[in-house]
Design a protein around this ligand. Sequence first.
Ligand code: GRF
Length: 223
Amino acid sequence: MKVTHRPRLAVLLSGDGSNLQALINATNNGLIKADIVIVISNKVGARGLQRAQNAGIKNTVIDNLQFSDRKSFDYALALELKKQDLDLIILAGFMRILTSEFVESFTGRILNIHPSLLPKYRGLNTYQKAIDAGDKNAGATVHFVTSELDGGPPIIQSKVPIHRNDTSDDLAQRILKLEHQIYPLAVKWFCEDRLSLINEEAFLDSSVLPKSGLNYTDTIKDE
Ligand code: GRF
């Protein structure tokens, strides 16, 4: 993205929207110099819609249950997004698998946050998978979205310890707090034109990022 204007962002979600809230806060306090111009939920009544409303952000529902297949839902979604002249689409708890047609029509302009230390544990139930495997750590990863589910190149990861007797809810809460740190940071980099996807690799300031992304604890020392 070449920044010649204030970047325009869309956030897609299905649920609580605590990551949306972190992004709203980061645009309000000037960390992210961009505007969230639309929030779209595929679920009627998602709490994230109310958060958008409270922040004065246009918000709408495109209910996937009203569509006969994935392709027609994604088509309607893309149509709405294309009206907004967007620089970046941010998936924040958007519980839908996107078609490759959708992803390819916004190549390099979609980010996602996934609650695992990718490449470990794509898909659902990541917390329980990490606990069952006896891992010492779990975490979250912000990554570019490609047509491979949770398989796009990682940008930044945050790690938390797994304590003995942790339930998956304990772990989810611990990880979520750090999601609220790393997602705004990645979006900030993108909006400053520092982050890009080139040939399925993530670059920050013209350097290719490590396969699992930057480590958040190393990053905060430098930011
Ligand atoms: C987060 O755990 C995120 O990693 C996952 O969905 C959850 C969304 O939480 N993709 P919230 O709706 O932002 O609170």
